[in-house]
Design a protein around this ligand. Sequence first.
Ligand SMILES: Cc1cc2nc3c(=O)[nH]c(=O)nc-3n(C[C@H](O)[C@H](O)[C@H](O)COP(=O)(O)OP(=O)(O)OC[C@H]3O[C@@H](n4cnc5c(N)ncnc54)[C@H](O)[C@@H]3O)c2cc1C
Length: 457
Amino acid sequence: MPLPLCRYTPARMSAAPHVAIAGAGLAGALLACYLGRRGYRVDLYERRPDPRAAGFVGGRSINLALSARGLDALERVGLAEKVLADAIPMRGRMMHSVRGRLTFQPYSKNTDEAINSVSRGNLNVTLLEAADEYESVTLHFDHQAVDADLDAGTCALVGPGGERVAVTADLIVGCDGAFSAIRARMQKTERFSYSQSYLAHGYKELTIPPAKDGSFAMEPNALHIWPRGGSMMIALPNADRTFTCTCFWPFEGPNGFDVVGTDAEIVHRFDRDFRDAVPLMPTLVEDYRKNPVGSLVTIRCDPWHHDDRFLLLGDAAHAVVPFYGQGANAAFEDCVALDALIERHGPDWATVLPRLSTGRKADADAIADMAIANFIEMRDKVGSRSFLLRKKTEKLLHRWLSRWYTPLYNLVSFSTIPYAAARRRARRQDRVLVAAGLGALAVIVVAVAALVHWLRR
Ligand SMILES: Cc1cc2nc3c(=O)[nH]c(=O)nc-3n(C[C@H](O)[C@H](O)[C@H](O)COP(=O)(O)OP(=O)(O)OC[C@H]3O[C@@H](n4cnc5c(N)ncnc54)[C@H](O)[C@@H]3O)c2cc1C
């Protein structure tokens, strides 16, 4: 590692544990709140300028869906109410057929169970403002982590003037997203497992403005889906009465981004696949041209820590594709899990870090797998009759046998049962249902056979 040109010393010298966090996105800013609440000295470094002054410049989605896990994490630091004040509850999926027919599918039998569309930028600013309220937390913008010395326990950053800075702390946490600089250094150590895999699909965001009278142009309390088999578009409502649409299309191929280049091709593609949305998108062609195509990656690594000095959280440890709307929720849940371990063991990082790493890994893997499975479901099955029938059956079972049966979607989105346990429970339920179905079928076959036999006598 190059020699540091200058060295930060913590502003407030005290016996409180000192934690440096790289990345003040959703995970980093919330973690700063959790640690600040404990009186830990926290230095939070973010490569971007301060969004409170400069406005939020996001590389990711404009809005996102927050559900029970994220809200639980916010609630514990007293922020849920503030975040929910600007959120729009989405109580189900609104499917748009090719002919523009709408079918609404509630997420739950309980009408108060909804996922919440929130602005990513506002959420991040709320978290930063909350972190800044703690006296022991210091925010540093325009500071990019570029390297780490894992043995010395230092992190190298480049400051606003291009100066190189070395930070030491009791614990350094990489909350610097899917392309984490801290993780990149850990990848070069022995027995560190790492994998990344991209979907063949990318995403592009577009906008539906409010209707002429200023109201929402579509039903606001729903997540809109245009499933087209192999590709799809979704739309989430925003507090300013716009919708953010996201096209999930293959990069290449007959339904790909690569075959839509000219204005005529853009209009033709939307007229063919998303016709009912076209009149609602007056700036479709400009937006399509202006907005980039993002890629969708799943990242897994193990372990999430190095010795008792470095830890990865959020997307830095486990980036998932967005089809269960759980990436940020899972990142927030990481903060809850870390806080619970600190509650039990204090800043005994040699105990806390491996327990967090091993404890959360199975859950992160489970939600990564479920997110990919949900992509296939949303894209290919959501509009089909058999899917709608299955969802109706699930809802009936949930209503009649609610103590025994809860659909997987509800376990993931409306509970804080660990992801891996939720998946196990759903599989168990499915097995019992299949067995019950086969049993019922066998009884019917035997009864019919008996009846036929009796009639022939
Ligand atoms: C299209 C799309 C839709 C999504 N929808 C949802 C949804 O509906 N619900 C949901 O729960 N999740 C959703 N997600 C996932 C969610 O965005 C992420 O899981 C979440 O942002 C992870 O938070 P994070 O803080 O770990 O990472 P990030 O949000 O990526 O934050 C990382 C931060 O670190 C900073 N940074 C990066 N590198 C450095 C560095 N070297 N030094 C210093 N700072 C650095 C970045 O500027 C950023 O501020 C979606 C993702 C995508 C792509």
